[in-house]
Every structure is written in C-alpha cells, then in structure tokens.
Design a protein around this ligand. Sequence first.
Ligand SMILES: C[S@@+](CC[C@H](N)C(=O)[O-])C[C@H]1O[C@@H](n2cnc3c(N)ncnc32)[C@H](O)[C@@H]1O
Length: 293
Amino acid sequence: MYLVSLMFGIQSLSFDPLEHLETFSGCMSITRAEWEARRAAVPMDVVLSSDHDILSDVGYANMLHQVLRLRPGSGKFTAPVCSTWVFMSRGSTGRSSQRPLGKQEYKSVQDANIMVARVVILLLLCEARKIWWMLEQPVNSLLERHPLFEAFLRLPSVHVRRLTTAMCWFGGRTRKPTWVYSSHPEVSEINNYADHSLIPENTAEMVVHYVDSSGKQRIKGGGDLKASQAYPRRFGKAVSKVRSKHAAKHRAQAAKFLRLAKKTPNVANCAPAMNAKWMKMANLEPIFNFLAK
Ligand SMILES: C[S@@+](CC[C@H](N)C(=O)[O-])C[C@H]1O[C@@H](n2cnc3c(N)ncnc32)[C@H](O)[C@@H]1O
C-alpha cells in the first residue's frame, strides 16, 4: 500500500490507461500481437533501456508505475529470467525443492531471488485489480518454490492455474516445454492455437554433458538455449487472440470484483510481520528511499 501511495504521490507521472504490459519482453512477440489487436501495450526489458532493470531503483519504480496504469481487467505477461531456476544450473546455484533459494552468497542467485520477489509483488498489485496476469517458466523451473511465490499462492483470494504447453507447437525451433501460470482459467485456451503436428529441429543444442576437472559428470546449457527463450510470433498471437475473445467479460468481472473489494477489509495489509518479510525478500528499502526523495 505504501509503495502504491508513493507512486500516486508523484505529480509528474501520467496514469493514462494501459491494456497490456509485457515485462522481460525480449523479442516482444506478445506486445506486437497486442498492438496488432489495437490495444495500448507497453514492453519492458533491460535490453530496451537500463531504466527497465527490475533490480535497480528506477527500473522497479518504472515497472510499478506501468502496472498501476493497467486498467482493471486488462493483461500482464511476465517471463522472469529462468537461468538460475532450471535444472541445468542446479549444480552451481545449489537450488533444490528443499532449498529453493540456493546459494544466496552468490550474487547471481541472490539477484534472481530478489527479482522473483519483486515480480510477485507486481502480481499482487495485478490481483488487486483483477488483471489477467500470466507468468512463463520452462517446465520444471524451481521458481514456483520461491517462498514469496508460495505465500502468494496461499492467499485466500488468489487462485492460480498452470498451463503446460510447448513453444514448438507455435513454430519454435526447439520443443521448449513451458509452464504458464495464470490468474484466469482462460489460459488453457492458448493451446487451442497449438499445432501439434509441428516438429522441432533435432539439431538444436539445448544441453551439453561434460566431465569436470574432478571427474564429475555435469550438464550445462547448450548454444541454442538462449535463443530458445524468444517466443515465436504465433505464441504471441495465440495469447492475444484469447485475450481479445474474453476482453469484455474480464472488464465486467473486474468491475464487479472492485465494487465488492471496496466493501471488504484488507486483511493482508493488517499483517506487519508478513509485510516485513516481503519487504526484506524483495529488498524494497532502497525503492522506498528512491520514491520518497
Ligand atoms: C526469459 S527471457 C524472456 C524472453 C522473452 N520471453 C522473449 O520472447 O524474447 C528474459 C528476459 O529478461 C531480460 N532481463 C534480464 N535481466 C533483466 C533485468 N534485471 N530487468 C529487466 N529485464 C531483464 C532479458 O533481456 C531477457 O529478454
């Protein structure tokens, strides 16, 4: 709440309504499809601007601002960096189901933990206005074991679905089995646009097996792994088509939800211990200082 009031307190910010926000947008397949559907959509990615870096004060403040511009019932797609959450990196990150936060003494691991905590707070804001959010990860990513994501899933008003799909069904070069977590059940309809006859190229090098200097068998990401992150255009179109189909219904649902929410006490906001834990895990102190300047 404090974060939101700080944002709304900045007089110079425009809150012109947005229909879609894609964070970690990479090649922007979803944003482009949203533009084709004539919806106001914003992509955010550190490759577009260093002011989009979710780990920086200005970058996270910018993301909060864009989320607060989203119309109730609109959409948000996010694909936080998966490299430290996938099984291939478990040897170096030390992540496991029992120890999802891994070796926090490594900066790359700790940055990825903070990144996910910050993403979850953005999802919480989306929930507060019934925005249809989707979060993509490769199948078997340990991100779902992040303590804040788990805490978010346990909130009484949050009902998350998980779609299993594969990028090759949308024209991707590699199979890329993928999970899409979502606030809305209509996520399953993305697979209505999948073409199961599409076969991935079997020349793609996703995983490399090797023996390290101590003679231990190891695996690491192959040369084609990074390129496989980019969504095929057809995937972006599938997401956008499902959104178009349900847009009016989602706006009406959101309006009803907000009318009810205004009459309901905010229990989560009255839990200081919970707020303190979230603040620490997402490293929000520097963001508060930045916004309060
Ligand atoms: C898993 S990829 C998503 C790729 C995207 N789905 C696509 O279709 O191209 C993660 C993206 O996060 C971006 N990224 C990495 N670190 C970031 C950061 N600190 N803040 C914002 N974006 C970041 C990368 O540039 C990359 O495009």
